[in-house]
Design a protein around this ligand. Sequence first.
Ligand code: NAG
Ligand code: NAG
Ligand code: NAG
Ligand code: NAG
Ligand code: NAG
Ligand code: NAG
Length: 380
Amino acid sequence: MRPLGTAVATSFLSTLLLFLHLTASFPSNDMSNLSNCNHNLSCGALTDISYPFTGAQRPPDCGPQEFQLKCNIVDSVTTLMFKSLPYRVTRVNQTSQTLRLSRSDFYDDLPCTHLSNSTTFDNDIFSLGSNNENLTLFYGCKNLGDFFEEKFKFSFVEDKFKFSCPMPGGSEEEGFFKVGDHPPMNSTCHASFQVPFLRSRAQQLQAEGSSLLGEVLKEGFDVRYSDPYSADCQKCSKHSGRQCGFDVKPICICNDHLCPVKSSNRKRLIIGVTLASGAVLVIFVGCWILVVKQVKKRKSALVQSQGLPAVTPTSSNGLATSTNFFRATPSLANLKSDLDKGSTYLGVRVFSYNELEEATNCFDSSKELGDGGFGTVYYG
Ligand SMILES: *[C@@H]1O[C@H](CO)[C@@H](O)[C@H](O)[C@H]1NC(C)=O
Ligand SMILES: *[C@@H]1O[C@H](CO)[C@@H](O)[C@H](O)[C@H]1NC(C)=O
Ligand SMILES: *[C@@H]1O[C@H](CO)[C@@H](O)[C@H](O)[C@H]1NC(C)=O
Ligand SMILES: *[C@@H]1O[C@H](CO)[C@@H](O)[C@H](O)[C@H]1NC(C)=O
Ligand SMILES: *[C@@H]1O[C@H](CO)[C@@H](O)[C@H](O)[C@H]1NC(C)=O
Ligand SMILES: *[C@@H]1O[C@H](CO)[C@@H](O)[C@H](O)[C@H]1NC(C)=O
C-alpha cells in the first residue's frame, strides 16, 4: 500500500504547490518598476508629491491613470490631461486635495488661443473648487468697434474689456471678455467659451480690464480631486513600508513586490485547499477499501486453486482492514509477504498487490472481464 499512498501524496502535493504558485503570482505583469513607488515626484516648483499622483520619478504603476502628471524636463512644466485638454499644474496641496491649474493653450500669446473649448471639471475624481468665478471669452467678433450699431447688444463691452488676437496672414481679430456667464453670440463672434478663475481676482479684473486678463488666466483656478481608491490605499499604507500602486486595480507594494495576498483571498484559498484535500482523501480511501476487498477475494481463490485448505476470511463483507485481516490469519501473513514480493507460489506466478493494482488500473470496473465464484476477473 505504501507506494500507492506515496504516489497519491506526491501528486496531491505537487498539484497543491502549483495551485498556490498560480494564486500567489496574480497579477503577473512585469513589476520591475514597483521599487520606484517609494520615490516622490518633484518637477520644477512642485516637490514631494506622492500617491495617487505619478510621473517623473514615479512610474505609471504607482497610481491610477487619472492622476498621471507629465514633467517636461526642459522647462520643468508639469502637465495634467483632462478630457483630452492639457492643463498646467502650478500647485498641489495633498492635505486639502486641491490642484491649481491653468490652461496650457493660453501660454503662447495671452489671452489668445486656438482652442475654443470650455473648461469643465465635473466628474467623480475632479471638480471645480468653490473659490472660482467664471470668465466668458469671445473671439472673432465683428464690428465691436462700431459701438453705435451694436450699442444695445454690447452695452457691457467697454473698451477695457476688448483685446485683439493675431490671425494667420497678418490680420487681427477682435475679442472681449465678461466676468461671469454669458450665452454665445453666434452672429457677432464666431467662438466663445468659459474658463474659471480665482474669485479673489474678480474685482481687480473688473476694474483693470484686459491689461490684467493674461495674468489672471495664467494664474488659473482651483480643482478639487478625490482618489476613488483611497480606501484601498489606506488599508495598504497603514502598515509601514508599504506603498500604494495601481495596476488595473489597486495594488499594495512591499519593497519591489506585490504584498502577499491576505484575508478574504487567503480564506478562499484555504477553503479551496481543504475541499480539494477532502476529495482526494475520499477517493484514496475508496480505492483502498476496494483494493482490500479484491485482495481478500483473490487470496481465497488462490488458496483454493492450489489445493490448500481454504481459509475463509473472518469477515467477508470487505470492511475489515487488511492489517486486522492478516493478523487474524497467520498463514495468510506469509502469503501476503510472498504476494508483496511478486514471487511464485507453488510454481504459479503470483502477482504483488501493486502489480495487480497497476495492471487493473486500481481495479477499474472498465477492466472487469467477469465476476466469477472466486472473485472479479480483470483484464490487464
Ligand atoms: C514624500 O512626500 C511625503 C509628503 O507628501 C513625505 O511624508 C515623505 O517623507 C516623502 N518621501 C520621500 C521618500 O521623500
Ligand atoms: C520603468 O520606468 C521607466 C521610466 O520611469 C520606463 O522608461 C521603463 O520602460 C519602465 N520599465 C518597465 C518594465 O515598465
Ligand atoms: C474642442 O472643441 C472643438 C470644437 O470647438 C472640438 O472639435 C474638439 O473635439 C474639442 N476638444 C475636446 C477635447 O473637447
Ligand atoms: C494645504 O491645505 C491646507 C488645508 O487647507 C492648508 O492648511 C495648507 O496651508 C495648504 N498648504 C499649502 C502649501 O498651501
Ligand atoms: C461656470 O460655468 C459653468 C458652466 O460652464 C457652470 O456649471 C458653473 O456653475 C459656473 N460657475 C459659476 C461660479 O458661476
Ligand atoms: C450658437 O451656437 C451654438 C453651437 O455652437 C448653438 O447651440 C446655439 O443654439 C447657437 N445660438 C444661437 C442664438 O444661434
